[in-house]
Design a protein around this ligand. Structure first.
Ligand SMILES: NC(=O)c1ccc[n+]([C@@H]2O[C@H](COP(=O)([O-])OP(=O)(O)OC[C@H]3O[C@@H](n4cnc5c(N)ncnc54)[C@H](O)[C@@H]3O)[C@@H](O)[C@H]2O)c1
Ligand SMILES: [Zn+2]
Length: 677
C-alpha cells in the first residue's frame, strides 16, 4: 500500500496516525494499538525524515514529547523540561550509543552507567519545598503538565515530608507511577463486577487512575511511585553527589522510594549483561517493565552531552521484545476437555510475540467473548508474558472488517452432539455426554495413561485418539485387553512397538493408590489431593465409603472437592470401571498405618519457590506432604526450610533475611532419596 505513496504522502499519513495514537494514549489513557505497532510506525517516520531531511518539520511527532495536558487540570510549567528517552532495540544500538558518547566527549575509556529498570507507568514530577510535598505534576508535553498534587498525595509510598534535614530547600524528584500486576488484576475484577470497562494493561490503569478529577478514586487504586531522577534543585545545604546513581541513593535516604533493581555498570558490555539479567527476572517482578534504561553516571559528562529535541544524549532505553502484538482472529474452534468443559479457542494469524510464534489463544468462555466484544475477522491485541499462555487482551474496533462474523457458542457438543449445559453461577459450559462423548473419553484416557497417573510408556496422545476413534477402547480397563495383532496394524505402529506397549501396560498395573486415584480423573482431584486422600484413608474401600464430612478432614479438600469425590463413587459406571481395572490386575501395595507424627518430616513447615526442573511443583508438594511436612505458600519465622528452584525471587530473599534454611532442587531430591533409602 505504502509503495504507491510518495515519501511526503506517506509521511503525512504516518504523522496523522501517530498523532491520533498519541492522543488516545497520552490524553485518553486508552491506546488502541500495542506499543510494538506504534514503535514500528515511529521508526518508519524517523527513517523517512532521515532520508529526506527537507521533509522534517518542527511539529513532527518525532520532535515532541508525550501529549497535551488536559485542560480539566490546572497547568504546571516544568522549570526543567521533562524529556523522553531514545530507544535501543538491539545490542548494536547499545554499542553504538556508547561509541557516540565516547566520540562526543573525546573519551577513550569505558563509560560508567547507571542501570535502571524501565518501569512501565507514567512519569511524574514531585516538588518538595522545605521538605514538604507541595506540588505534583504529569509530564504532559514535557514543558507543561497537569497539576495532580491531591492525587499523588494518596499514593501509599510517596512521602508527604522528607526524612532528615539535609535536603535542599527546593527539590524536584522525578519518577514513575505504576500499578503492580496483582493490583491490576484486582482492579479489573472490580471494574468488571461494576459493569465498567476493564483496563487494557497496568500502564493504562495507572495513568487512568492518576489522572482522575476526584482524588478519592485515585486513593482507592493500588498505585506506587519509584524515583529515577532529580529535576529542579535549589539551595542545597551540602553539594550534591557527582554521580547520578549516588544522587538516587541520597534520595532514598530522604525517604523517597527507589526500585530494587538499580545497579551501575562500566561499558556497553556490562550494560548488556544487566539487560539480560533483568530480562530473566522480568516475569517475576511484581510490576511490568518494558526495558532497561542506561544513563551516563557522571553528572559533568551528562552536562557536556546535553539534549536533542525530545531526549537527552546521555541516556537510552533498551527495550525488551514486545509482549503485546497485533494479530487477527481467523476463526474460533470449540474444544471439549476431559470434564466436558467447552473452551473456545481463537485461531490467529501466526504472530511473533513474547519470544515465540503464537497461533492460538484461549478465549476461556462466553463471558470472555462478551467482555471483549470480539468477532471473527477482528484485529486483536494479543499478549504473551513469561510462560503465561497467550491471551487476547483487546480488539481494535476501528479495524473491524465489514464482513466480520459473530461468534456463536454451540448449544450441542461439537464432538458428540449431546446437549451443552451451563450451570447457574458457573462461567463454563459443559457437554453432558460424559464418557459417551468421544472428546471427553479421549481426554480421560490420555489422563489415565499420563506420567503422573498410570504412566504407560508408549501410549501417546495420537495413539489414544486412534484407539478411541476406532472404538477399540471405551473405558480405561480396555487398554489391558488390547492384543498385539490389532495394535501392530495401527498407524505408525509395528510389531515391535505393539509388543513394547503390551509389556508397558502389564508393567503399569503395579501402581500406588494415590496414582490410581489420580488416574481416575475425579474432578479437581490433582496429584497432591490424591496423595492426601490415600494417606488419610489408606484403602480405596475407605475412600469409596467416606461421607462428605469425613472427606473434608483431609488436608487440601474443601466442600467442593469432597462433593466431587463423593459423587464420583456414587455413579454405577465409575464403580464398574474400577472393578474392571482391578479384575485386569491393576494393584497397589497396602499403605501401612503410620502415625502421622512418626513420619520423617512431621511437624516441619516447607515452602517451595522458583522453577523446579526434575519434579513439578505439585509433585514436590505431594511428596513433602507424604513425608509428613506441611507445605505453606509463604515464608515466615515458622518456616523450617525453603526449597528454592531456579530464578527464586522475593521468597528466597525473605528466607535469607529470616535465617531460614534454604535448599535447592538437588538438595530436596537428595533428601527424598535419603528418607526413602
Ligand atoms: N500504543 C500506543 O498507541 C502508544 C502511543 C504513544 C506512545 N506509546 C508508547 O510510549 C512510548 C513513547 O513514550 P514516552 O515518550 O513516554 O517514552 P518512553 O516510554 O519510551 O521513555 C520515556 C519514559 O520512560 C519512563 N521511565 C521509566 N523508567 C525510567 C527510568 N529509570 N529513567 C527514566 N525514565 C524512565 C519515563 O516515564 C519516561 O518519561 C512509545 O515507544 C510507545 O511504546 C504507545
Ligand atoms: Zn460431547
Amino acid at each position: 500500500m505504502s509503495n504507491a505513496l510518495s515519501p511526503a504522502q506517506r509521511l503525512t499519513q504516518l504523522i496523522n496516525t501517530i498523532n491520533e495514537y498519541n492522543y488516545q494514549y497520552y490524553v485518553l489513557d486508552n491506546p488502541t494499538v500495542p506499543d510494538a505497532e506504534y514503535d514500528r510506525l515511529m521508526r518508519e517516520l524517523l527513517d523517512i525524515e532521515q532520508t529526506y531531511p527537507d521533509l522534517r518539520s518542527s511539529d513532527s511527532p518525532s520532535q515532541k514529547v508525550g501529549g497535551t495536558a488536559l485542560s480539566a487540570f490546572e497547568q504546571v510549567e516544568h522549570e526543567v523540561p521533562m524529556l523522553s528517552l531514545d530507544n535501543a532495540f538491539d545490542e548494536q544500538d547499545m554499542v553504538a550509543f556508547e561509541k557516540r558518547i565516547k566520540d562526543r566527549l573525546k573519551n577513550t575509556d569505558k563509560i560508567g552507567f547507571s542501570c535502571e529498570p524501565k518501569l512501565d507507568g507514567l512519569a511524574v514530577s514531585i516538588l518538595y519545598e522545605n521538605g514538604k510535598l507541595v506540588r505534583a505534576a504529569t509530564r504532559g508535553d514535557g514543558r507543561v503538565g497537569e497539576n495532580i498534587t491531591t492525587n499523588v498525595r494518596t499514593i501509599a509510598n510517596v512521602p508527604l515530608s522528607l526524612r532528615g534535614d539535609s535536603y535542599p530547600s527546593r527539590l524536584e524528584v522525578r519518577g514513575e507511577v505504576i500499578m503492580t500486576r496483582a493490583g491490576f488484576v484486582t482492579l479489573n475484577e472490580a471494574q468488571i463486577n461494576k459493569g465498567k470497562k476493564p483496563f487494557v494493561n497496568p500502564r493504562n490503569a495507572a495513568a487512568g487512575s492518576l489522572r482522575q478529577l476526584d482524588p478519592r478514586i485515585t486513593a482507592g487504586r493500588p498505585l506506587l511511585f519509584y524515583c529515577y531522577s532529580l529535576g529542579l534543585v535549589e539551595n542545597e545545604q551540602q553539594p550534591l553527589d557527582t554521580t547520578h546513581s549516588s544522587r538516587l541513593k541520597q534520595l532514598s535516604e530522604w525517604g523517597l522510594p527507589l526500585s530494587k533493581e538499580l545497579e551501575t555498570a562500566t561499558g556497553a558490555q556490562e550494560c548488556l549483561e544487566y539487560f539480560h539479567k533483568i530480562g530473566e527476572l522480568r516475569s517475576q517482578l511484581s510490576y511490568d517493565i518494558d526495558g532497561v534504561v542506561f544513563k551516563v553516571d557522571d553528572i559533568e559528562m551528562q552536562q557536556a552531552l546535553g539534549f536533542v529535541a525530545r531526549a537527552p544524549r546521555w541516556a537510552i532505553a533498551h527495550k525488551f521484545p514486545a509482549q503485546e502484538e497485533i494479530s487477527s482472529l481467523l476463526d474460533v474452534e470449540f474444544q471439549v476437555g476431559r470434564t466436558g468443559a467447552i473452551t473456545p479457542v481463537a485461531r490467529l494469524v501466526p504472530t511473533f510475540v513474547g519470544g515465540v510464534t503464537v497461533s492460538n489463544a484461549t478465549l476461556h468462555n462466553q463471558d470472555e467473548i462478551n467482555r471483549l466484544g470480539i468477532m471473527i475477522g477482528d484485529t486483536v491485541i494479543i499478549r504473551r508474558a513469561g510462560d503465561v499462555i497467550p491471551q487476547i487482551v483487546a480488539i481494535v474496533t476501528e479495524k473491524r472488517p465489514a464482513d466480520a462474523r459473530e461468534i456463536t457458542f454451540p448449544t450441542a457438543c461439537p464432538m458428540c452432539d449431546s446437549a451443552i449445559e451451563k450451570l447457574e453461577g458457573e462461567a463454563v459450559a459443559r457437554c453432558t455426554g460424559g464418557l459417551y462423548c468421544k472428546a471427553q473419553r479421549k481426554e480421560a484416557m490420555k489422563h489415565f495413561a499420563s506420567r503422573k497417573a498410570l504412566d504407560v510408556d508408549g501410549l501417546g496422545d495420537k495413539l489414544i485418539e486412534q484407539l478411541v476413534d476406532g472404538d477399540m477402547v471405551k473405558s480405561p480397563a480396555d487398554f489391558f485387553s488390547l492384543d498385539i495383532a490389532p495394535l501392530s496394524s495401527m498407524e505408525r505402529m509395528g510389531e515391535k512397538s505393539a509388543v513394547n506397549l503390551v509389556n508397558a501396560l502389564e508393567h503399569s498395573k503395579k501402581t500406588t493408590l494415590a496414582k490410581f486415584l489420580y488416574a481416575l480423573g475425579i474432578r479437581e482431584v490433582g496429584e497432591a489431593t490424591a496423595q492426601n486422600l490415600a494417606l488419610h484413608f489408606l484403602t480405596l474401600e475407605a475412600i469409596e465409603q467416606a461421607d462428605i464430612e469425613s472427606l473434608q478432614t483431609v488436608p487440601d479438600v474443601g466442600v467442593i472437592v469432597a462433593q466431587h469425590v463423593f459423587n464420583f463413587f456414587r455413579e454405577a459406571h465409575n464403580l464398574e470401571v474400577i472393578k474392571a481395572l482391578r479384575d485386569a490386575g491393576v494393584h497397589w501395595p497396602t499403605i501401612e498405618k503410620i502415625a502421622l507424627d512418626q513420619l520423617p518430616l512431621a511437624g516441619q513447615v516447607y515452602v517451595l519457590t522458583g522453577t523446579l526442573n526434575v519434579m513439578d511443583r505439585n509433585q514436590a508438594k505431594a511428596k513433602l506432604q507424604a513425608l509428613g511436612a506441611k507445605v505453606s505458600g509463604s515464608v515466615s519465622a515458622k518456616t523450617d526450610c525453603l526449597v528454592a528452584g531456579e530464578k527464586a525471587g522475593s521468597k528466597l530473599t525473605k528466607a535469607q533475611d529470616l535465617g531460614v534454611k534454604v535448599i535447592n532442587e538437588d538438595g530436596m531430591l537428595a533428601m527424598f532419596a535419603d528418607l526413602e533409602g
